[in-house]
Design a protein around this ligand. Sequence first.
Ligand SMILES: *[C@@H]1O[C@H](CO)[C@@H](O)[C@H](O)[C@H]1NC(C)=O
Length: 259
Amino acid sequence: DRCKSGLDLKTMWVEIGLILVEILTACADGLTMEGCENGWTFHKHLCYQLNSDPYGTLTHGEAIAVCMAKGADLTSVWGKKERDFIAQELLSTSKEESAWIGLRQDYRGNKYVWTWSDGSPADEASWKYGNTDDFTGLCGILRTDGTEDLRNCTDPLRTFICKKNLKMWYVVSDVFENAYRDEDFSVEPQKLLFERVWPPKVELINDYLKHLAKTTVSKETDCAYKCFRANACRAFSVQCIVNWNCEKYDCEVYRPNAF
Ligand SMILES: *[C@@H]1O[C@H](CO)[C@@H](O)[C@H](O)[C@H]1NC(C)=O
């Protein structure tokens, strides 16, 4: 399968040594090749999930709540490319012909404004329908043919699409090499550089890294600094808390199990 044919991986990691290459070319348990959780589809540094329940239906508000429970949002659709991706790659695999997307009106500053449920502005809808209360109680759907429309927000739909940020992993560039060669972690931390692990390999993280702490930071470099300051930290992961506006990140720091 795709994960085991890892030619790209071998090229990427060739300096690091054969042992690591073997680990990296095995498929991750919890993550897809691109680093989304299993069951999510990667597209342009975001992860999407089609939810389609043949036995149950949800209102727009309930679909938002389910996505939020997964640490995601009901998807926003920021343009034609994203709309086509969702319609062709995700919706086409469902039996339903339409799905909830995050479009709805928000009452802001005395007027109704079309907004995506993740908080991003829905300019196309504002332009098309106007920011008036004529559409109160209506929410966005996307059809398999790639067209958007409005439905009563309380209508029962079987299908909706969640979207979330990719979690990015960074490791000290030589941590694993050291671990294998002589288990020597006495290298001065300021001499170590963090490298993005791409594609991320969760089994690598699980098997070789132990969770130290989770915190909120405003930049990826702040997370690197937290790791640098934490005793024995040699890796970290960061993920935007809000998928359309990376002002804050969840930062998690790790140390090698072998330490
Ligand atoms: C949505 O459906 C509910 C229940 O059928 C109805 O009371 C409400 O008026 C509808 N809203 C719109 C905007 O059509």
